[in-house]
Design a protein around this ligand. Structure first.
Ligand code: NAD
Length: 282
């Protein structure tokens, strides 16, 4: 069994990005990332702080808008409109979840397609599905990069994704399909999950239930990618029962240190891409 080291791969990607940032500087361009957080959910705050510090370390122009829980939808939409027009900002990210009185879909759709570095805008999603150039959603794209760095040939492989969310499961299926994998998407209504996962060459777990994937669900030698981030007794735990599954899998991602750091690296990647596009460099 080999542990797929997301920390290492994300560090390599960031090293490559630092070189790109230097090249951009020669053209007078500094990648700009704006992050918006509403309320003070501790998990969201951790994610946002990590995004901000990564952006700063890479030499980006980084802005954080910490808004009160009581902010109105119109105020949030106004802020996004201003950032859409701000030439210093190449990427806009609104941390989810938003409070119930705000329509998340409306907010995400208001972000300029050209600055949608999370890859959540319907136009980017549509482009991704037809294989056009688009900002790809960071978590599933981070998984693809991990598989690429591991030199895993996906052609004809059976990939089973557990979870069908718009931000992980569905785009994951699209990206794996694009690389010629045979993809099965499972979800809470799936029958006989055990039988399906046991046919998988690759399992991607994005369920949100701690230790959901157990050894009996995994075929000997399968590759297991754990997207889950769950907090149990103050500890981060994935959707895969790492201890039991590691002896059956040929490769497995840990939590923490697997997919998580890749998500951030891909966000930085998208922001640099956006800055390059804006500068007419790609
Ligand atoms: P979600 O709650 O939107 O979706 C969960 C999915 O799991 C649903 O499609 C549901 O049908 C499926 N599911 C639930 N119970 C199931 C069951 N018993 N059998 C089969 N399928 C079942 O969650 P999400 O936003 O996709 O996130 C999934 C996990 O990934 C969470 O732990 C989340 O914290 C984590 N996550 C991590 C990153 C990262 O950067 N690593 C990014 C996004 C989400």
């Amino acid at each position: 069994m080999k542990i797929i080291d997301g920390k290492l791969v994300s560090a390599k990607i960031k090293e490559e990005l630092a070189v790109e940032v230097e090249k951009l500087a020669k053209h007078g361009i500094v990648p700009g990332l704006a992050v918006v957080i509403v309320g003070d959910d501790p998990a969201s705050r951790t994610y946002v702080n990590s995004k901000e510090s990564n952006a700063k370390k890479l030499g980006f122009y980084s802005v954080k808008h910490q808004l009160d829980e009581t902010v109105t939808e119109d105020e949030l939409l106004d802020l996004i409109e201003n950032m859409n027009a701000d030439p210093q900002i190449h990427g806009i990210l609104v941390q989810l979840p938003l409070p119930d009185h705000i329509d998340s879909k409306k907010v995400l759709n208001s972000i300029s397609v050209l600055k949608d570095v999370d890859g959540f805008h319907p136009e980017n999603i549509g482009k991704m599905i037809i294989g056009d150039d688009a900002f790809l959603p960071c978590t599933p794209n981070g998984v693809m990069k991990l598989l690429e760095y591991e030199n895993i040939d996906l052609r004809g492989k059976h990939a089973v994704i557990i979870g069908r969310s718009n931000i992980v499961g569905k785009p994951m299926a699209t990206l794996l399909l694009e690389k010629d994998a045979t993809v099965t998407v499972c979800h809470s209504k799936t029958q006989d999950l055990l039988k399906i996962t046991n046919c998988a060459d690759i399992i991607v777990a994005a369920v949100g239930i701690p230790n959901f994937v157990t050894a009996e669900m995994v075929k000997e030698g399968a590759i297991v990618i754990d997207v889950g981030i769950n907090r149990v007794n103050g500890k981060l735990v994935g959707d895969v029962d790492f201890e039991s599954v590691k002896d059956k899998a040929s490769r497995i991602t840990p939590v923490p240190g697997g997919v998580g750091p890749m998500t951030i690296a891909m966000l930085m990647y998208n922001t640099v891409e956006s800055a390059k596009r804006k500068g007419g460099l790609i």
